[in-house]
Design a protein around this ligand. Structure first.
Ligand code: BES
Ligand code: ZN
Ligand code: ZN
Length: 475
């Protein structure tokens, strides 16, 4: 979709439709009492004005209760409305009572671009509605930077949605590697991809064990962006990339298995985040590490009860082959700390279904050893509405993942108790001294129903959160 900015007034600018945000209390000269400005209300009017035939009034509710998220939501509905009217290009008035114009322009652009997303490549019937080709934001001042930035971030969030929604036999390990290669080439990122024989040489047996049942080869993708040569800081993002999680020999039941192509969302998110940070040329140093493989049931698959020694040298009892994310991340984390030597590590993973029992689809729990970075992530969550919330990693939890015949085990003392924290406690064993935060996106990466600017299926959660985090890293 083409996004542009038009400075000044509407006079002389032509379009099929103009969107006008309205808030309760502030009435436009032509607005009658029937045209409610309540949140969620919209009104289509014939303007008679030759520049723009139609006006779409977009209700935002009370000025005092207005948030950026409400603006995003309202404009996600507005673009759907425009589409249902067969409008291909439109204008948007950026002026919202009580909000600064740069902020409102960014939120409007985000709402439209995220809200217009649909994963429809497998629909064979041509749609009757036309695609929206573009829109222009009309603003008094210069908002081009904010709009351009929103366009980059949302374009990448939509790309991650596509990766997560795609069939598991299309979005394979090698496909993800080739996407990373393209991104590296276009953005001058350093790229390293470890293949199976190198993993064997390095002793990454936790990752190799999970991958054993699959016909697709494992990969460890490492992308590096250096945007700040003066700083010694370097943050590593480590993302879980299971292209399909069948559960392995502990196979998943119906009702849980159908959406398990989403299990590479962490890998997609860290790749999407580094792409965005590079395109925005942010002054930070960042490495994205994505261990990718498939957890498939097969006669070659790894067996429950096996004890495996990974890259760190620690041994792990595989009590359940479905707790595989922590295994591949264990190897990735130990390798990241030892070889990449970052100043902090953040993991992003669809790690535990238990997240859904805590926060539903709305909030991603985080836990770790760095209060500093958790605070920063929390603040970014509030700004982007991709919210995170800290859970404790007390010593008692660390005790529960200690092994009997092995050093550690991949389940806690009871499968149903504190499942999300057990995942984090397990991961902490593979980070020795580097400040560490783990974000579990099992509830937020995939939605069972659409809401506002977030579609059903892959949500793209994390791209906006992490981009905002890097924007504010040194502030
Ligand atoms: N990929 C799943 C977690 C998941 C569940 C993500 C639902 C998204 C939605 C993970 O590998 C898994 O299977 N975890 C197990 C852990 C258990 C065996 C300790 C789980 O959550 O049941
Ligand atoms: Zn699993
Ligand atoms: Zn999994």
């Amino acid at each position: 979709m083409k996004v542009s900015v038009s400075r000044g007034s509407l006079a002389g600018v032509k379009s099929q439709l103009t969107m006008v945000p309205i808030t309760e209390g502030e009435k436009l000269s032509f607005q009658t009492k029937e045209m409610s400005a309540k949140e969620g209300k919209m009104h289509v009017l014939y303007s008679g004005y030759k520049g723009s035939k139609l006006l779409l009034l977009v209700g935002l509710g009370k000025k005092k209760e207005l948030t950026k998220e409400k603006v995003r939501k309202a404009f996600a509905s507005a673009v759907k409305k425009a589409k249902s009217l067969n409008v291909e290009e439109f204008l948007v008035v950026s002026n919202i009572a009580g909000m600064n114009e740069k902020e409102s322009s960014a939120a409007i652009t985000e709402g439209i671009l995220l809200g217009n997303y649909a994963f429809d490549k497998y629909k064979t019937k041509k749609k009757e509605e036309k695609e929206v080709k573009g829109f222009a934001i009309v603003a008094g001042g210069d908002v081009s930077r904010e709009v351009k930035e929103a366009e980059i971030v949302c374009g990448n969030a939509n790309l991650i949605r596509d990766m997560v929604n795609e069939n598991a036999d299309v979005m394979t390990t090698t496909k993800i590697a080739s996407i990373a290669r393209d991104i590296a080439r276009k953005n001058h990122l350093r790229l390293r991809i470890l293949e199976k024989h190198e993993m064997e040489r390095l002793g990454m047996n936790l990752l190799l064990g999970v991958s054993r049942g699959s016909i697709y080869p494992p990969r460890m993708i490492i992308l590096e962006y250096r945007g700040n040569k003066k700083s010694k800081d370097k943050i590593a993002l480590v993302g879980k990339g299971i292209t399909f999680d069948s559960g392995g020999i502990n196979i998943k039941p119906s009702g849980w298995i159908e959406t398990m192509r989403q299990d590479m969302a962490g890998a997609a998110t860290v790749i999407g985040a580094i792409k965005t940070v590079a395109e925005l040329k942010l002054p930070v140093n960042l490495v994205a590490v994505a261990p990718v493989c498939e957890n498939m049931i097969s006669r070659h698959a790894q067996k429950p009860g096996d004890i495996v020694k990974g890259y760190s040298g620690k041994t792990v009892e595989i009590e359940n082959t479905d707790a595989e994310g922590r295994l591949i991340l264990g190897d990735a984390l130990a390798y990241t700390e030892k070889v990449i030597k970052p100043s902090a590590i953040i993991t992003v993973a669809t790690l535990t279904g238990a997240v859904l029992a805590i926060f539903g689809e709305y909030v991603a729990p985080m836990m770790g050893t760095s209060k500093h970075y958790m605070k920063k992530l929390y603040d970014s969550g509030e700004r982007t509405h991709e919210r995170v919330w800290e859970l404790p990693l007390y010593e008692e939890f660390m005790e529960e993942v200690k092994g009997e015949t092995s050093d550690i085990r991949n389940l806690g003392y009871n499968k149903r108790y504190a499942g999300t924290i057990m995942g984090g406690a397990f991961l902490k064993n593979f980070v020795d001294k580097t400040p560490f935060v783990h974000v579990d996106i099992a509830g937020t990466a995939w939605w069972e129903k659409p809401r506002g600017h977030v579609p059903k299926g892959g949500t793209g959660f994390g791209v906006r959160l992490l981009t905002d985090f890097f924007k504010h890293l040194h502030k």
